[in-house]
Write a protein that binds this ligand. Structure first.
Ligand SMILES: [Zn+2]
Ligand SMILES: [Zn+2]
Length: 182
């Protein structure tokens, strides 16, 4: 009875059924291994800029099988390259915005509406000749009233020349030269 049972088990492991199961299992493991190597390569390309390091990471993902990807995950860069790039752009934009709100001479805080720096009196912006709103140095035309930058101010807004103080008229005769001496 026992002998026939072990004989059966022995027979099973030498049967074609077992060899088929074995082959399928080996193929499954190999496919899984290739898939992990592909995954490591794809992940490394998204996180590592240097090409040799990407291939080094892929090699680590391949060998030792299945353990390599775990080791790779411990040492991979924490961020995707595009996230790093995006964050760098955001920081640059913030820096530009801050620089635009600073006096270039004394670094005092200057609102975008300021024409001169309130601390060191540096000229920061021109005012539009017509609507008097602050203009950025790169602007060719005032965006608020369409006046050309550098155009002559409209007549009614030109500063009037200060009137010369006239000498008060005297009602008295100016000279007595013509008067004949009595
Ligand atoms: Zn200043
Ligand atoms: Zn204007």
């Amino acid at each position: 009875m026992t002998a026939s049972f072990f004989g059966g088990v022995h027979g099973f492991f030498h049967s074609t059924t077992w060899s088929v199961i074995e082959t399928v299992a080996v193929i499954f493991v190999v496919v899984l291994w290739i898939a992990t190597v592909f995954w490591v390569n794809k992940d490394a390309r998204r996180r590592i800029a240097s090409q040799p390091l990407v291939w080094l990471g892929t090699l680590l993902g391949a060998l030792p099988p299945f353990l390599g990807p775990l080791v790779y995950m411990l040492f991979r860069p924490p961020e995707y390259l595009e996230d790093v790039h995006e964050r760098r752009l955001e920081i640059q934009a913030i820096e530009r915005r801050l620089a635009a709100r600073q006096c270039p001479v004394c670094n005092a805080e200057a609102e975008p509406e300021f024409l001169v720096c309130p601390v060191c009196a540096t000229k920061l912006r021109q005012a539009c000749v017509k609507c008097k709103r602050p203009l950025e140095p790169s602007w060719k035309v005032c965006p608020y009233c369409e006046t050309q930058v550098g155009a002559e101010p409209p007549v009614e807004l030109r500063p009037k020349r200060p009137a010369r103080p006239r000498a008060p008229r005297t009602t008295e005769p100016r000279a007595t030269e013509t008067q004949s001496p009595s």
